[in-house]
Design a protein around this ligand. Structure first.
Ligand SMILES: Nc1nc2c(ncn2[C@@H]2O[C@H](COP(=O)(O)OP(=O)(O)O)[C@@H](O)[C@H]2O)c(=O)[nH]1
Ligand SMILES: [Mg+2]
Length: 355
């Protein structure tokens, strides 16, 4: 399933612009209240190289689903529009928090803007926790130990939200996480920040740096992008963009950097199956063992897992073919305990289940 990214941020911070830059969807900024969605393939230079080597009939890249979620309107906390927007944020696996780092009616105020959005998310989370409290408080009072524990955990998380600490920075214990799990708290979601700057000279300007320093406190990734320039670029056919990218002073498309940062934030890795029939990108979690990764391809491969043959991407590109990799002794046999690495090209050996 595609990774779901939700773009959030203050009104007019450039969400729709960044959305267009990364999806080339050409969405209009005109109706600021409109939600946009698009699914995009993750650009990956390694796939281009694998296609060159294997000349496959079919290529399946990783894809991500991006939603451009309009800014919340302050003071509409219980309103229908707000709850619809919150539902979209809740669907996301990772939040891409776009921050205005270009001047518009005054200098950018990145840290202030981020804190305002966080406050909105935390207020909504606190309300969710209150509803859960109201649901379980009776059971807790009549001696249901489990309910009492959950209630205590939820109240602790809620009181820290009121102190201004988003759930993702509360260092929750396993038990606390379990207690709030069903609430799907928005301030618990992994976040990466996008500093939306006016031009390439500002990529490391004061606003972007202020945001970076702030994000470092929670160990979050920051990607600087020139949203407007790249949104303009996205209107060109893909193979005509490169020269302009250089002219704008950019080294890579922001989609690549944003996706890389999202993968890092979420601890995801890509691995490949490759042959004349198909080159296919698969995604698993960092630390997943070989059978679990095989299960991403087919559940039978996980259940009947025997071993995994691994060709590291770097060796394949260096030596030019699977045979050359094997001759050089770089093709490896791995067992159930192997942790799949980013860029592994794998062949799964498994026993098919009996019909
Ligand atoms: N100078 C500059 N303006 C931008 C940039 N990104 C967005 N804008 C402008 O800021 C305004 C709001 O952008 P929009 O993407 O609609 O913001 P949203 O409300 O967050 O979706 C528009 O007028 C954009 O042209 C940027 O990188 N540089
Ligand atoms: Mg918009």
């Amino acid at each position: 399933m595609a990774l779901r990214c939700g773009l959030v941020g203050r009104p007019s911070c450039g969400k729709t612009t960044v959305f267009n830059a990364i999806t080339a969807a050409g969405a209009s900024s005109f109706d600021a209240a409109e939600l946009h969605r698009a699914t995009v393939e993750v650009p990956d230079p390694r796939v281009v190289e694998l296609v060159r080597l294997y000349q496959p009939k079919k290529v399946v890249r990783a894809s991500v689903e991006v939603a451009d979620i309009p800014g919340l309107v302050a003071g509409d906390a219980g309103g229908g529009r707000t709850s619809r927007l919150l539902a979209h944020i809740k669907e996301a696996d990772v939040l891409i928090h776009v921050v205005r780092c270009f001047p518009a009616e005054g200098d950018p105020t990145p840290v202030h803007d981020v804190e305002l959005v966080d406050l909105e998310l935390m207020a909504a989370d606190a309300a969710t926790l209150e509803r859960k409290r109201d649901r379980i408080v009776k059971r807790a009072r009549i001696g249901d130990k489990e309910a009492a524990q959950e209630l205590e955990d939820c109240e602790r998380v809620r009181s820290r939200l009121h102190e201004g600490v988003p759930a993702r920075r509360q260092a929750l214990s396993e038990r606390e996480r379990a207690s709030v799990f069903e609430c799907n708290l928005m301030s618990l979601k992994p976040v990466l920040y996008v500093a939306n700057v006016a031009s390439a000279v500002d990529l490391a300007g004061p606003a972007a740096l202020a945001l970076t320093a702030w994000a470092a406190k929670e160990g979050a990734e920051v990607v600087s992008v020139c949203g407007r320039d790249e949104a303009d670029l996205s209107e060109l056919p893909p193979d005509e963009r490169a020269p302009f990218l250089v002219e704008l002073g950019l080294t890579s498309l922001s989609i690549e950097r944003i996706i890389q940062a999202a993968y890092k934030e979420l601890g995801l890795v890509d691995f490949f199956t490759a042959g004349e029939r198909e080159v296919h990108v698969w995604t698993c979690r960092r630390g997943d063992k070989a059978p679990a990764a095989a299960g991403k391809i087919h559940s039978d491969m996980e259940r009947g897992f025997v071993r995994m043959e691994v060709i590291p991407y770097a060796d394949l590109v260096l030596l030019g073919s699977e045979d050359a990799v094997a001759k050089a002794g770089k093709r490896r046999l791995e067992g159930r305990d192997y942790e799949v690495q980013d860029g592994d090209i794998v062949i799964i050996r498994f026993t098919p289940p009996r019909a």
